[in-house]
Design a protein around this ligand. Structure first.
Ligand code: DLL
Length: 435
């Protein structure tokens, strides 16, 4: 098969008319609210405090009366107190890296793993993977959900999965070449790092059978997508997910690349105003809130993801009817406040991507000088840019950031390859204020 084929993994579910989809969602929602209430102390307490009972959810909009779940609820329940099934029923446990505080622990029953594999297979197929493809999986294996999530999905779709995990770029490139992979799964920043490694070593990735990359786990820009597509002569689709909800495969772009289809037969998506918590209509930017509809081990009711995006119900030309989540631009807990101005790393990135000679590799260094917070933008020039022009480039970037975002920064332009490359999620902020 070729990438132009209109292949769908589960057309009866993915193109289900909206009224049927909503009926299916309501049935699942009523069951999951009851399951959470009956089996998890946290939910019983939270519903009782809000004065709501599962049986009072008569329509999908009634969900707004139920309490949110937040990351600290998972931390408070560490390690196993949010599970709705006996621990013995878990066949898998994953956990977040826990850069701040305790890790968040998530668990799966056999049925949960089965549904996750289905949804990942569906996502991979939507991105252009096909049965019989060789799928090179460079998402990290281990407690992170990326590696095993893509692995099970690839196998379910009928691919030959290469469980490469992250790191060791030399080996990655060698196996991409020798095995002739058709699909690459990796974070977008690592896909760029791989492309650069190949370029530096005189290897032409464009000549390989590679057709598609399925990139996610971190925010990335259209400019990064274009760079991956151009350097490898492939399509690069966006895949979204989070361990608290399942892992990768909660939503995925189709080959039309116009937002990620959120798989509504298993999840219910809302956008809320992060300040007031009020649900917002389609098209409004806000915080994504997700309710799991079919998770047995860890039902999540109105989980506040902290991810900032918009939903759109506009028809997609692929025929799928599931709501689309537009590119996640950042997290509201990534927000930096620099001398009173709210700044998201993705905003700085979007200012820089349009400027000539500026690469997508950057880090924001935040420091405290006396009582003042200062931000330095370290950004690499593209390969081949004359170092004598770095100063002027820096001034131009500084000017654009000031005039568009309203914050004064220092900008240091570095030569190509001076910033560390990530093997998983890119580190965009070095906050030196946190000791
Ligand atoms: O990153 C799951 C995943 C693995 C998704 C592989 C896609 C591919 P966590 O480690 O729990 O799970 O991190 C979840 O990563 O809340 C977002 O802030 C961010 N994120 C994930 N996918 C995207 C994306 C995995 N496509 C957190 N665009 C989420 C932007 C993303 N941010």
């Amino acid at each position: 098969m070729t990438k132009g084929d209109n292949y769908m993994f589960a057309p009866e579910l993915e193109t289900m008319p909206r009224d049927q989809l909503e009926e299916l969602q309501l049935g699942h929602l009523q069951k999951i609210l009851q399951h959470a209430y009956d089996n998890v102390d946290h939910y019983k307490k939270a519903f009782d405090e809000k004065g709501v009972k599962p049986e009072e959810c008569k329509t999908l909009t009634d969900l707004k009366n139920f309490p949110f779940t937040v990351k600290t609820d998972l931390r408070d329940a560490y390690p196993f107190n949010l599970f709705a099934v006996p621990r013995e029923k878990l066949v898998r446990i994953h956990a977040s890296s826990g850069t701040t505080g305790k890790p968040t622990v998530v668990g799966y029953t056999e049925g949960d793993i089965d549904r996750w594999a289905d949804l990942m297979a569906r996502s991979l197929a939507a991105s252009g993977a096909r049965p019989g493809d060789i799928l090179h999986n460079a998402y990290g294996y281990g407690l992170f959900t990326g590696g095993l999530g893509a692995h099970y999905g690839g196998e379910r779709l009928g691919c030959s999965v290469v469980p490469m995990s992250g790191g060791n770029s030399e080996k990655q490139i060698q196996l991409l070449q020798d095995f002739g992979a058709h699909v690459l799964c990796s974070t977008p920043s690592y896909a760029i790092a791989l492309a650069e490694y190949a370029e530096k070593n005189g290897i032409d990735l464009k000549a390989l059978p590679l057709r598609a990359a399925v990139c996610g786990a971190e925010p990335w820009s259209q400019a990064m997508r274009e760079e991956i597509q151009e350097k490898m002569a492939i399509t690069a689709g966006d895949i979204y997910g989070l361990s608290e909800i399942m892992g990768p495969g909660v939503a995925c772009e189709c080959e039309d690349q116009c937002g990620l289809h959120g798989w509504e037969d298993h999840f219910l998506f809302e956008i809320i105003d992060p300040e007031t918590g009020e649900p917002q209509p389609y098209g409004t930017e806000g915080e994504l809130v997700i309710t799991t509809l079919t998770k047995e081990a860890l039902p999540m009711i109105r989980y506040r993801t902290r991810d900032i995006t918009k939903l759109t119900a506009d028809k997609c030309s692929c025929g799928r009817t599931h709501v689309r989540i537009l590119r996640v631009t950042g997290r509201n807990d990534d927000m930096l406040i620099i001398r009173g101005v709210n700044v998201y790393p993705s905003q700085i990135e979007s200012v820089m991507v349009g400027l000539e000679g500026v690469s997508p590799h950057y880090q924001l260094v935040v420091q405290r000088e006396g009582a003042m917070d200062t931000m330095t933008v370290e950004v690499e020039a593209e390969h081949g840019v004359e170092p004598s022009t770095y100063d002027n480039m820096g001034k131009e970037i500084q000017h654009h950031i000031k005039s568009i975002i309203g914050v004064s920064t220092r900008v240091v332009v570095l030569a190509h390859d001076e910033l560390p490359r990530s093997q998983g999620k890119a580190i965009r902020v070095r906050d030196m204020r946190k000791g």
